[in-house]
Design a binder for this molecule. Sequence first.
Ligand code: PLP
Length: 406
Amino acid sequence: MYKINENYQKLPGSYLFSTIAKKVAAFTEANPDREIIRLGIGDVTQPLAPAIIEAMHKAVDEMGNAATFRGYAPDLGYDFLRNAIAEHDYKARGCDISADEIFVSDGAKSDSANIQEIFGAENRIAVCDPVYPVYVDSNVMAGRTGMYDREKEIWSNVIYMPCIMENGFVPEFPEETPDMIYLCLPNNPTGTTITRAQLQEWVDYANKAGAVIIYDGAYEAYISEEDVAHSIFECRGARTCAIELKSFSKNAGFTGVRLGYTVVPKELKCGNVSLHQMWARRHGTKFNGAPYIIQRAGEAVYSPEGKAQLKEQVAYYMKNAAAIKNGLQKAGYSVFGGVNAPYIWLKTPGNMTSWEFFDVLLEQAGVVGTPGSGFGPSGEGYFRLTAFGSYENTLAALERIQKQAF
Ligand code: PLP
C-alpha cells in the first residue's frame, strides 16, 4: 500500500484569499448596487509595456518560421537573457555576478518554494513574521518545520523574527542560530525595508553562523531610497552565504506571463559541496526551461525603451502608494511602507483585529484589503493595502475610507 507525504496533512490550509473571496461574494450578493474597490491582492493591473509586446510579437513570428523556430530552451536559460540580467541587474550596480550564476525560471514563487530541496531536512529555518507564506509552507511539505500550534499559529521548529511597529519592522538576530534565513526585502506584506548597512549586518551574521540567506528581491524595482540595496550581492561577503530570488512580475507586469530567476554564486559552498552545482542539477532535472517567447519578453525589460516604459509603470503604482499613505496619514492612521514597495501596511484603528477591520472596511466603505494576521501572528492588528489598482480607484477608495470614522 502506498503512503502519502504525511507532511502535507500538517498544513493548516491557506484560508486567507479564499476567505476574502467568500466574504466579498457574500457582500456583493447582499448589496448588488454597491461597487467594490479591491486593494487586496498583490496582482498588477497595468498592461504589458509596448517594448515587451513588440519583443513577444517578434518571437512569436520566429516560432512560425522553420529557420528561426526554437524547441526546448536551455534548462538554465538562454544566454541572451542571462547576459542581460548579469549586465543590468548586477554589473551596472557593481555586483560581481556572472551570467552562468543566473538560473532563469518561471517565477519567484516556484523558486522560493523549490530552493529548500537542496538543503537537509534537519536544517532550521528562520522567517520574518509576518511573512510571504510560500517560504514556510514549502518547508512544511519537506518536513522541516515540526508541528503546528493552532492556537499560536506557529510551527514548533521554525524561528520567527517578529517585524512590528516597535522594532521598525526590521528583523532582529534570533536567539537561536538558524541554518536557513529567509529575507524578503522590500517586504511583502509590510512594504518596509532595511538599509544597505543593516543588510550587511545580516550577511556578516550569516557568514559567521554558517547560515545561508535566501533573499527574495521580488519588489526591488520599487526601491526609491539611496541607502537601500537593490541586491544582497551589493554586500561584502554575500557570495559565500546568499541566494537571491528575482521576479519579473512586479517590475514588468509578468504575473500572468511568468518569468523569474535565481542567483546561486559559485562560492556558496557547504564544506566542499557547491550549491551552484546542486541547483544546476536540480533545475536541469526538474525544469525544462522558460519559453523562448517569454525570455525574449524578459530581454526587452532591459532595452532602453523597455527600461523607460517600466520606470513609468513603477512610478504609476508608486503614485498610488503615496496617495494611500498620505491620505491615510491625514485621516489619522499609523501607516508604514509605501516608499520602497507597492504595499501600505497600516495599524488597525481602535484596537480592531485585522479581520474586524476587514469587515467594517468592506461593509462601510466597500473597500477590500488584506488582513495582516493572514501573514502570521505578528501581523495581527495590521492591514495591507496594495498600490496595484488604477489611480482613479485608489483615490475613490481613499475618499471612502476618509469619510468613515472607524
Ligand atoms: N515573492 C514575493 C515576496 C511575492 O510577494 C510574490 C508574489 O506576490 C512572489 C515572490 C511571486 O513572484 P512570481 O510571480 O515571480 O512567482
